[in-house]
Design a protein around this ligand. Structure first.
Ligand code: FES
Length: 142
């Protein structure tokens, strides 16, 4: 049911933890399943993501997508990180079962929330970045 990559990132998640003095922190939940994901980004003065960490209180797919999403944004610019959509995360994991697609949306939204927080703290506007939602369910129902 799950790809080997999903199982690998679930059993051996990369970038677990917090970042002290993170440039941006984003927390997003899904009221329906009760899962919560928090992503921390360390961004240098050129807008390059030096480090990414996560804490996820959630299902195995949420852990695997957080792990892969943080891997995908590390070393990227803020603009490149915006292109790390839930589809990109799922592709990198060789897919997710349909019932677990929403877990990858949590990862996309948590990255956006962390970028939003970074932009707010630095008085920046990141082109293409919309204000994130706290609860992903609101977005799915739109
Ligand atoms: Fe809700 Fe996976 S079941 S994030």
């Amino acid at each position: 049911m799950y790809s080997e990559k999903v199982m690998d990132h679930f059993s051996n998640p990369r970038n677990v933890g917090e970042l002290e003095n993170a440039s941006g922190v984003g927390t997003v939940g899904n009221a329906k399943c009760g899962d919560i994901m928090r992503i921390y980004l360390d961004i240098d003065e050129r807008g390059m993501i030096r480090e990414a960490r996560f804490k996820t209180f959630g299902c195995g797919a949420a852990v695997a997508t957080s792990s892969m999403a943080t891997e995908l944004v590390k070393g990227r610019t803020v603009q490149e990180a915006l292109a790390v959509t839930n589809k990109a995360v799922m592709e990198a994991l060789d897919g997710l079962p349909p019932a677990k697609v929403h877990c990858s949306l949590l990862a996309e939204e948590a990255i956006h929330a962390a970028l939003w927080d970074y932009a707010q703290k630095n008085g920046l506007v990141i082109e293409g970045l919309e204000k994130p939602v706290d609860d992903i369910e609101e977005k799915q129902e739109e």
